[in-house]
Design a binder for this molecule. Structure first.
Ligand code: AMP
Length: 369
């Protein structure tokens, strides 16, 4: 606990932000907290963890260890997450002791692709056509019902970077994919999008809202390769994307940063793909191109501070360094970009090792947050 306490919901400088999860997002959150004079305490079930290297305190324990979670919570003034698959018990134990954001409901909905789609559709926002699949018969029937030549079967929980997903083009293939996954799934009609975009936004405890300009995102092998801002999204679609994020954040009574992944059709329609209840890889460029980055924005929200200015002063391209890309660090360090390496000791294929952001003078007029 800090010596200098703020109001009950405000964590004053010197206070401690607890972060569940020890990956690169936790690392960049801890660095942002340090800049504001806040301390960070990282809780991770894995050692080494990129975030341990830059934190004031660490707890190495399972996310199911109620005693360790309670001890951790008592040492923190506010708590947040850097990944969405936090067990419900952890969220419950932590929030019983210490203000924890985002809230358990937002986390639970974002953890389940079916609940998430229903939540988004209930807000009147566009999603891919979808149907629940919990049996082999339902898999075939759902494919027939969605009535598209192609569909994507996804596990309801624990999918990321394309894991737990199969593209299917017949009822038979949908059934076979379901048999392979053998867990509750969702079938989504395949969206013939022109490109993908995302909106990274923040909501504070008093409802204040701030959104960054939405980047266009390019993926390879289901992993984000590059985010570009401005991308192909029109100015009007950018405004619409921010208001989608605001609708979602308000409906969740959300506190913190969230990412909303969007498909953009050839007609410019925005279709919500997924909500990330955390800082997001497609927002890393905000570290250099904005006065207040997504990481600082998240810490501000969780600590009960006012949000900062999300405006972008430069155009930006963010390139992920995946697997062996990181071996190229000497050349990247000599180049014009801002190099970030996450301190991961072992290079593995598909592993996010770092990123580089390139800035150039702003080409479109600045819009408000
Ligand atoms: P997700 O894990 O849901 O973010 O999906 C990973 C990637 O798979 C997306 O970024 C898309 O490129 C692709 N994808 C997922 N769902 C669909 C869909 N319904 N239609 C078309 N492409 C999809």
């Amino acid at each position: 606990m800090s010596m200098t306490r703020g109001t009950p919901s405000k964590v004053a400088p010197g206070g401690t932000i607890g972060i569940l999860g020890g990956g690169q997002l936790g690392r960049m959150l801890a660095l942002a907290a340090a800049r504001l004079g806040l301390r960070s305490h990282i809780y991770s079930d894995t050692d080494p963890a990129p975030a341990f290297d830059v934190a004031h305190e660490r707890t190495l324990a399972s996310y199911e260890d109620r005693d360790a979670l309670a001890r951790f919570a008592r040492q923190c003034d506010a708590i947040t997450y850097e990944f969405e698959n936090v067990p419900a018990t952890a969220a419950e134990v932590l929030s019983a002791h210490t203000p924890t954001h985002p809230n358990a409901r937002a986390l639970a909905i974002a953890q389940d692709r079916l609940d998430e789609k229903r939540f988004v559709a209930d807000l009147g926002l566009a999603t891919a056509p979808f149907a629940p699949v919990s049996s082999i018969e339902e898999a075939g029937a759902a494919f027939a019902r969605i009535g598209r030549a192609r569909a994507v079967l996804k596990t309801r929980r624990f999918g990321y970077d394309g894991k737990g997903q199969a593209i299917v083009s017949s009822a038979d293939e949908a059934e076979k994919a379901f048999q392979r996954f053998a867990v509750p799934c969702i079938l989504e009609g395949f969206v013939p999008f022109a490109f993908e975009a995302s909106v990274i936004a923040a909501r504070a405890m008093n409802g204040q809202f701030a959104a960054y300009d939405p980047p266009e995102n390019m993926h390879a092998d289901h992993i984000l390769r590059r985010s570009v801002v401005p991308g192909r999204l029109s100015a009007d679609a950018g405004v619409a994307a921010k208001s989608i994020a605001q609708r979602i954040a308000d409906a969740f009574d959300y506190v913190g940063v969230l990412g909303v992944e969007l498909f953009v059709t050839g007609e410019g329609e925005l279709i919500v793909n997924e909500i990330a209840p955390r800082v997001h890889n497609s927002g890393h460029w905000t570290l250099e191109a904005c006065i207040v980055s997504q990481f600082e924005q998240h810490i501000r929200a969780v600590a009960g501070w006012p949000l900062g200015d999300p405006r972008r002063h430069s155009d930006a391209v963010m390139e992920n360094l995946i697997g062996a890309d990181a071996e190229n660090w000497p050349a990247l360090a000599a180049g014009p970009g801002a190099l970030h390496l996450y301190g991961k000791r072992e290079i593995r294929p598909g592993r996010k090792m770092g990123h580089v952001t390139y800035l150039s003078p702003r080409t479109t007029p600045a819009s408000g947050g």
